[in-house]
Design a protein around this ligand. Sequence first.
Ligand code: AR6
Length: 182
Amino acid sequence: MQQIKETTLELIQGDITEAEVDAIVNAANSELIGGGGVDGAIRRAGGTEIARACAEIRRREGGCPTGQAVITPGGNLPARYVIHTVGPVWEGGNSGEPELLASCYQESLRLAVENGFQSVAFPSISTGIYGYPTEKAAVVALTAVKEFALQGNTVPITIEFVLFDEATHTCYLDALLNVFGK
Ligand code: AR6
């Protein structure tokens, strides 16, 4: 666990659909149409309320661009809300992927603060179906959190990374050393 000013950061291995936080973050697609991976797991566990709310956002706003985030209720999840963010598809790293991935974390945290949330859980966005190398994505994710904690945030908030498999968890632990130096 890391305490950075008002921000508490935790890395755990587990299933994000079980996280007891104000909001979990979903690695969604721009159409906000249910997919596989963590998106599928969240929609299965949360039930139809999530799909209904996503369809409404699709009608109203046409979806969610890469690097942006939108919010829906959590349905049957322990988390009250789901923040859906759209990570970049990895195309080799020279197509703005790091900036877009950082934006996913920044925009999700902005929504969390705007809504007064005290706890938010992230998966490893873009590192599954979208193919972003996990070692690189972990550094981008934790750097975005570090900047939020040091420069932007003034309210107490706990940020959990809930990492599904051991290899991803290990990558994030390594990145923590790299980004925070301990
Ligand atoms: N809890 C936490 N992490 C999980 C869980 C879970 N229950 N299930 C999978 N992961 P991915 P992406 C991890 O593919 O790469 C969908 O179809 C997984 O092991 O879910 O951003 C969307 O609709 C990996 O480490 O997301 C989009 O079309 C991480 O979550 C597309 O996939 C992200 O993998 C988004 O692809």
